[in-house]
Design a protein around this ligand. Sequence first.
Ligand SMILES: Cc1cc2nc3c(=O)[nH]c(=O)nc-3n(C[C@H](O)[C@H](O)[C@H](O)COP(=O)(O)OP(=O)(O)OC[C@H]3O[C@@H](n4cnc5c(N)ncnc54)[C@H](O)[C@@H]3O)c2cc1C
Length: 355
Amino acid sequence: MKNLVILGGGYGGMKILSELLPNNLPEDVSITMVDRVPYHCLKTEYYALAAGTVPDKEVRVEFPEHPKLTVKYGEVIGVNAKEKKVLLKDDESISYDDLVIGLGCEDKYHNVPGAEQFSFSIQSIEKSRKTYSALNNLGPGSIVGIVGAGLSGVELASELSESRGDLKIKLFDRGNHILSAFPDRLSKFVEGWFKEHNVEIINHSNITRVEENTLYNNDVPVKCDVIVWTAGIQANKVVRDMEGEKDRSGRMVITPRHHLPNDEHIFILGDCASLPHAPSAQLAEGQAVQIVEVLQKRWNGEEPPAEFPPIKLKGVLGSLGKKQGFGMMADRAITGRVARLLKSGVLWLYKFHNG
Ligand SMILES: Cc1cc2nc3c(=O)[nH]c(=O)nc-3n(C[C@H](O)[C@H](O)[C@H](O)COP(=O)(O)OP(=O)(O)OC[C@H]3O[C@@H](n4cnc5c(N)ncnc54)[C@H](O)[C@@H]3O)c2cc1C
């Protein structure tokens, strides 16, 4: 029996399972999936979990059950490619024939002293729960500093302002306008929403240091009761610690077939892989489909395609609380209620297909 081991039951890992189960797995192949959390977590909703507007249960989806799937609960600490083994905490290991590493990403602190120690995070479910607890235990009038005004910082700031109108929220942004990756019109719409909802945007920020309850913006101290960091991501530490070429965010450089250049049995998936698009759940899923094609060809004794067409992305959608949203669909900026409805629809469909 050959063992396909999937590290991480995130968006990419789940897509691999849904492509292979129930009927597309050869007789002599079984799957072991390893995750530190005993269910699939909807990371795209962590902003709402942290803001206290959705319960924990709503961001969880059960892993599928299948006679050829073993789900192993554990903490991956490394990969021994020579011995084809995954190393788990507590001296356990798992042997693989093919390995897919989809362990997602972590915060990147850009060497800002104190940032990791004194700020909260929404990059994992455990951390999002701690952030929820810190934010929701704040007294009225408390100050929340959110560092980074990309998609996740904007979604958190807006959701929190709706759920806790009594807090003073400061959104620290590096550029002239928030959401710098989006067109100006869209950034301005979102800025207008924040103005109406009394969220303060601080442009041209440069966070130089973080201490307990204080962040330093361009070296000027700003008192905050809770600081949340949403100012950058990097690949999971397991991948950053592996040998091989990586990009500036520690993501592994891979071949067009999505495996390591020097090891065709190790595939790198989703936020761990260096790809020509910004990391996203959609991208992880698109890549998963192509990885499955490579595996299936090989299992059938056929040559996999040397390369694949570019992964098609449908667009990006962000929420501004429960009623308004923004996004890019087919290169067109959309704002308002329709964008929010579309975002809710995408989530509903995802849960429907995976729940
Ligand atoms: C607030 C927020 C909003 C977002 N909104 C969107 C959006 O609207 N659309 C979109 O496409 N993308 C969005 N993203 C990005 C998206 O969530 C990620 O790109 C996506 O989750 C990547 O999928 P993945 O499979 O690579 O990893 P993940 O989905 O992060 O899964 C990684 C898995 O690995 C497990 N794991 C990690 N380390 C270990 C370890 N050492 N041992 C064992 N298990 C481990 C984790 O528990 C997790 O289950 C958002 C992200 C955030 C934070």
